[in-house]
Design a protein around this ligand. Structure first.
Ligand code: MLT
Length: 206
């Protein structure tokens, strides 16, 4: 992978930490930066645009229909992301080991796929309105990494029971390091999401 294989925004911040941002379907690399800044994130930011277009809407991997993922494409796109991160780290001079991630919906699903495929690939991850991206065939290998799942208790895009099953699946890889919060509401974000993401990423509450 080369630096411009992903359209992206890199913003330098203070300290050694970098936050990777992956948007939801139809958004772009500018979408989540205000949210990250609203959280009070002052470190570096690397925000990517999905390389797949669904009728002009950027996504991080293809889907066959609503909520049904193209697993072959997902595997390929996950590997592309994992290959891209060291390229971006070398170019911008950030520490790949101090990389946190935050994704919304489709972007959260690519982060989740990376967490399952390459355990330990991120230090802290916030998955906003995620779905189980795929069911791994290999036994889980334990790795360091903390995960916060923020799900809507009434989210029409996520089947009932999936958030709990996903937290359980991730816990096999990241024992004792996975937290699920089922928040009132649907697929859209609320102030509660922001407060919880902030507390988790920055260790503060608003
Ligand atoms: C997906 O990855 O397809 C999401 O869960 C739903 C969406 O992004 O529209």
């Amino acid at each position: 992978m080369q630096l411009n294989d992903f359209k992206h925004i890199f913003q330098s911040g203070t300290g050694d930490s970098t936050l990777l941002l992956l948007h939801g379907t139809g958004a772009d690399e500018g979408d989540l930066i205000p949210l990250a800044r609203q959280l009070g994130w002052t470190g570096h930011i690397l925000s990517l645009r999905g390389r797949v277009s669904e009728q002009g809407m950027p996504r991080f991997f293809k889907r066959l229909s609503f909520g049904v993922f193209d697993l072959e494409d997902l595997a390929l796109r996950t590997q592309e992301l994992l290959d891209y991160l060291p390229v971006a780290a070398a170019h911008y001079g950030f520490d790949r080991q101090q990389l946190d991630s935050l994704g919304y919906s489709n972007g959260a699903n690519l982060i989740g796929s990376a967490l399952l495929r390459a355990p330990g690939c991120f230090r802290k991850s916030v998955l906003l309105r995620p779905m189980i991206p795929f069911q791994p065939e290999k036994p889980a290998t334990e790795a360091p990494g903390e995960v916060l799942l923020l799900s809507g208790s009434n989210d029409p895009t996520v089947p009932a029971g999936m958030p709990e099953a996903y937290a359980q699946l991730l816990s096999a890889y990241y024992p004792g390091q996975v937290r699920l919060e089922l928040l009132p509401g649907g697929h859209g974000l609320s102030q509660a999401d922001l407060s919880m993401a902030q507390g988790f990423l920055l260790g503060v509450s608003s």
